[in-house]
Design a protein around this ligand. Sequence first.
Ligand SMILES: Cc1cc2nc3c(=O)[nH]c(=O)nc-3n(C[C@H](O)[C@H](O)[C@H](O)COP(=O)(O)OP(=O)(O)OC[C@H]3O[C@@H](n4cnc5c(N)ncnc54)[C@H](O)[C@@H]3O)c2cc1C
Length: 290
Amino acid sequence: MNKSIFTAPKSLDELKTALSKKTHNTYIVAGGTDLAVGMNKNKIYDFSLIDITKIKELKKIEYKDDLIEIGSCVRMVDLEDNEIINKYVPSLSKAASCIGSTQIRNLATIGGNIANAAQCADTVAVLFAFDAEVEIINSIGEIRKELVYDVIQGIGQTTLKDDEVIIKVIVKGQEANEYSSFSKIGARKTVTISKINACIKLALNDNKITDSRVYIGSIGVKAVRSLLIENALNNKVFNEELKEKILELGSKQVLDSIPKRKSKDYKKIAVKGILDDIFCDIEKRRNLDE
Ligand SMILES: Cc1cc2nc3c(=O)[nH]c(=O)nc-3n(C[C@H](O)[C@H](O)[C@H](O)COP(=O)(O)OP(=O)(O)OC[C@H]3O[C@@H](n4cnc5c(N)ncnc54)[C@H](O)[C@@H]3O)c2cc1C
């Protein structure tokens, strides 16, 4: 007999109560795009759900004291089209717009993308590059903060405890002299789960790169920071010659990160395409600013 229970708290207080009653087969659900696939695959038929999407404050995007707060239930479609995100974290808009299909983007949330901890999660490479943090609540209402980078421990592994839920993502937006972009390559044209993705964030002063962050996804258990590329970017003039050098270093980074994986031969070429896209996008944005 199916004993499933469905709870949909409408406030953080109600969420706290629901979390305090959670058992081993109770699952948190937001968009359900990963959870439904996982339950089907693992033949989980006896379960209860806590749907967190009815909590209004988890659906807001706000600019507060130089920081952008994104509720964990903000969907990809909301990130794609939001003025604050477009202005301060354009690479996050771009990553969100590349996820799955229209149907998936209408359901998939940023909190779910983090908590699911897939090595190819598209928003994650961006959140790493921006040193984003998450705010997490537990069943007694305690709130803690942790870097998204630290929350994700490996494929499908996070530091989230059984009674914890991500409530918001906090990002420091880019400054006027900073640029960021994201690109990915998937297997098909639509519904493309990334084979490889990347995010680059740069600070430019008079065409010279004064700081950079580079993360490449799907070449490790979580997006890999490429110090190899960062070191080659820092203190250099942003131009075509530098781009060509970076594309070669992208290939080297892939080979260094996954020397034994069969997919290295494909990814060492694919990475050049996505880094080229990122450079072109940053160049375009810079020209628009001039
Ligand atoms: C056809 C298809 C295509 C896809 N394409 C892409 C793609 O291109 N790029 C990409 O990155 N992903 C892709 N995905 C994966 C998925 O859509 C994303 O990871 C999505 O962001 C997950 O969000 P969700 O709200 O649907 O999560 P859910 O499925 O609701 O939850 C996922 C997991 O996270 C937990 N969880 C959810 N929210 C929270 C929270 N706030 N706090 C704590 N735990 C939580 C759930 O318990 C569950 O374990 C695709 C999935 C499908 C089915």
